[in-house]
Design a protein around this ligand. Structure first.
Ligand code: HEC
Ligand code: HEC
Length: 289
């Protein structure tokens, strides 16, 4: 029941004119600070509404005057990383491999690129992390056919082994059995001799004949003490790390008719920076020299 609007005598504030049981309602104004903050939020929300994506419009939405989207933001981040990566790879392509190794920033990129390249291209033959398989050498140990220096690895990867590339690493162990150089009995004897290094031959076995056959036919490639010869890609035979399966049968088979491994040349499949990266990765596996 509206009555006359008047001022409250205690507070000096206007009344609303409402009176219940003699109690009058005061029309206390909102505090100024509250009002201004409220108005500011209204202005802020209007601005935000205009500048940023805010409201669905049929099948679309208001994209905002600034055209911002969190997806766009993420994609820009990804593009920046790609650009950085591309720049680093370009730098790696131009830098000699030994200098890449000295540059921690380039190395970081190279090792990531190398690890991915290895998993995609090398793992099927060389096993996870280069752990090796029968006929496919382990790449993380100290035993090398052709050498474990960065330059050796770069050459091996670039041109391959018996790959048909004109600069491939090539060597051929003679087929002593099938070409008749050694009789089956002599092959058993030389297997006895090599078997000493591999822990296959008992102390009671007479290996004199085998030693003589070895000296005459094998030293040129595998060395007097079985130390191997990297110029011929001939593995050490005095080691417990084997290219084949480490059995006596594998010695006999290899001497009779050798299985010469083929490693693809990668110069036609990988760009120079990626090639260097994978060489650096292999070098970092533990056997790098
Ligand atoms: C199709 C199978 C195959 C693939 C794929 C392959 N390799 Fe090989 N790789 C071999 C074989 C077999 C040998 C041993 C050749 C021999 O018996 O002389 C070898 C040898 C090597 C050697 C020489 C090791 C030493 O002791 O000197 C290196 C280094 C090597 N591979 C690295 C790689 C890398 C890195 C990749 C990937 C870019 C790769 N390989 C892909 C089969 C393969
Ligand atoms: C012209 C060089 C050459 C001569 C000579 C040679 N080898 Fe080899 N041998 C090699 C090469 C190279 C390999 C590695 C095979 C490959 O790359 O796949 C090898 C591999 C082997 C292996 C396998 C090693 C392993 O770790 O599994 C045995 C065993 C072996 N040779 C024994 C002999 C014996 C015994 C003789 C002498 C009767 C001999 N070789 C003569 C070059 C030679």
């Amino acid at each position: 029941m509206p009555t006359k609007i008047e001022k409250d005598s205690h507070t000096g504030t206007e009344t609303t004119g409402h009176v219940w049981d003699g109690i009058r309602e005061l029309n206390t104004p909102l505090p100024k600070w509250w009002l201004y903050v409220f108005l500011a939020t209204v202005v802020w929300s209007a601005g935000y509404f205009l500048l940023y994506p805010s409201i669905p419009l049929g099948g679309h939405y208001w994209k905002g005057l600034w055209g911002y989207s969190s997806r766009g933001d993420a994609m820009a981040g990804v593009a920046a990383i790609h650009e950085q990566h591309a720049a680093a790879m370009e730098q790696i392509a131009k830098t000699p491999i030994a200098d890449v190794e000295k540059d921690p920033k380039l190395m970081q990129t190279a090792l990531v690129a190398g690890r991915i390249t290895f998993a995609n291209n090398c793992q099927p033959c060389h096993g996870q992390n280069g752990s090796g398989r029968v006929g496919y050498p382990a790449l993380g140990d100290d035993v090398w056919l052709w050498g474990g220096k960065l330059a050796d690895l770069e050459t091996t990867l670039t041109h391959g082994i018996r790959s048909g590339d004109p600069d491939a690493r090539v060597s051929q162990m003679p087929a002593f059995g099938t070409d008749g150089t050694l009789k089956p009995e002599q092959i058993q004897q030389v297997a006895d001799y090599v078997g000493i290094w591999w822990g296959l031959t008992g102390k009671d076995v007479d290996t004199k004949a085998g030693a003589a056959i070895y000296a005459e036919n094998c030293v040129a490639c595998h060395g007097e003490k079985g130390e191997g010869n990297r110029d011929a890609g001939a593995p050490p035979l005095n080691s417990k790390v084997h290219l084949l399966d480490g059995t006596r049968a594998s010695i006999v088979a290899q001497v009779t008719h050798p299985q010469m491994g083929v490693m693809p040349n990668w110069n036609t499949r990988l760009d120079p920076a990626t090639l260097k990266s994978v060489a650096l990765y292999v070098h970092s596996l533990g056997g790098g020299e």
